[in-house]
Design a protein around this ligand. Sequence first.
Ligand code: AMP
Length: 599
Amino acid sequence: MEYLCKLIDEDIEMNPFETLGISQPIVKALEGLGFQKPTPIQEEAIPYLLEENSDFVGLAQTGTGKTAAFGLPVIEHVDRTLHRPQALILSPTRELANQIATDLENFSKYVQLNVVAVYGGASINDQVRKIRKGAHIIVAAPGRLKDLINRGAVDISTVKKVVLDEADEMLNMGFKEDIDFILDNTPVEKNTWLFSATMPREVRQISKNYMTDPHELTVGKENSANTNIAHEYYLIKNSDRYAALKRVIDFYPEIFGVIFCRTKNQTQEVAENLIRDGYNADALHGDLTQALRDKVMKRYKEKSLQLLVATDVAARGIDVDNVTHVINYNLPDMAANYTHRSGRTARAGKQGVSIALVTIREQRENIGKLERIIQQKFTKKQLPNAEEVCQKQLMHTISKVQEVEVKDEIKPYLPAVEEALNDLTKEQLIERFASLEFNRFLDYYENATDLNVTSGKSRDRNNPNATRFFINVGRKDELNIRDFVDLVSSVTSLPGKTISEIELKDSFSFFEVPNENAGGLEKLFEGFYHNNREVQVEVANNKSGGGRDRKGGNRNRRYGNNGGNRNGGYDRRRNDSPRGGYNRGGGGDRPRRERRRRS
Ligand code: AMP
């Protein structure tokens, strides 16, 4: 009986990874890493991969814990007394290869296991030396491994397990031939485990060519994105893209994000602009040296860098906890990349937001397509206006005050401070103190324009049977739609229902009337005054309204369409940037924020 109780007790206390078949020293390491219970893919894949001697296809998003799902069984299958490669893991990028190798080393902290990562951009001789010391597991980017095989520096004829991680990405990146070559150099008697977020035809083909009757496991829906991610988009003009990016960042003072661009040049440019404008940002792309990329990643992982601006390829395999936002500066060329991008946030069961900045055309061409791929809806959001940003920043400052640590070292200075502020009441103190930070954003956003683009109307405005007019009155003239129709109707004697597609702006507006009523309409307004102002009406050349040129001047210009240049804001930002407070302060939760400037 006593024995039975002990058994039951032991059973109750058994670590969930142990129940899946993971050995004690590895379980101990997992506990140290804070892995309390397996993720769904681990729960399903680990027992299968430990027990069955078969090929395997796992369909899972990044961030679902798939490294441990294949990594733990790989470790368990290694015979550590044999000093030769027994498992090979292929990954699309050096960053991911490094990440996987580090994960495996962490999992095997309490056993003697030799994991070697090989990838381009690092010393090949060092890698050869490490392999020759007796690598049990090789984690490789395909290009470098092919090189090593060709040089006769590595022998993979003894591997028993081959893992193809992010197979879809490896194919996207053109590694098909390298993979074929590598797999041809592995023994026939082995198991191949393929992991992919999506299952395009090419990946199916690989599984057909190289695998025998693989067991297939899908975690979540095939091709679907992590449901902890909220997908949002903002409708913008292409020329406002950078201003919109800054607006979003300013609205989320606590953001810890990755900004995705399409090209290396654009990545560099956006990062440089953000740095110039006082944001704590840096670039990650393939034109940087490996050393520089490692340095940037290290800073980002340590959270001393707040915004990482990256290309798709460079960001693959970024596994950083607590990324709050992924921002698609523009959408990726290949829809599948969107899943990889958004998967940088909401990792390990956390919540995250994936934001896309899109023009009307991009919305029309891409959003529906992406919704079908991720099987989730996007929410269309409005870019915040100046007041909303200022309020958010103010409350952020206030919460920093609530949380700031008061150090003993300040005590000697307090009497003098108290004396200097003696004459101020508590209310005045609060007012002035709050203004200190608030004014900075208020000044900067003083003339901030509405960056939102209204969707749908452009379609209606292509009506060939109507003529669109510009008129120099708007909301500032205390007009709502009804007053506006009354005004136009009273001057033109047209029935209200013929006046359509009204777009009321602050100090000007647009409207349409049927072509048959349009002839000479503008002349009817000659000499007409509203609010003591002469009303002017002209045919709008550009049916979309907003970009219309009038008397040589673009109306938008007076509102400014580039957040960076408003009111000389660019220069002000350099010297008195609203971000200055954030970066300089060093308060909040991130210990080593830096104020970066371009040298
Ligand atoms: P992966 O999909 O393998 O890149 O894992 C995503 C993140 O989840 C990584 O930061 C892992 O360390 C973490 N992770 C994986 N499995 C677990 C687990 N069972 N418990 C807690 N965190 C996990």
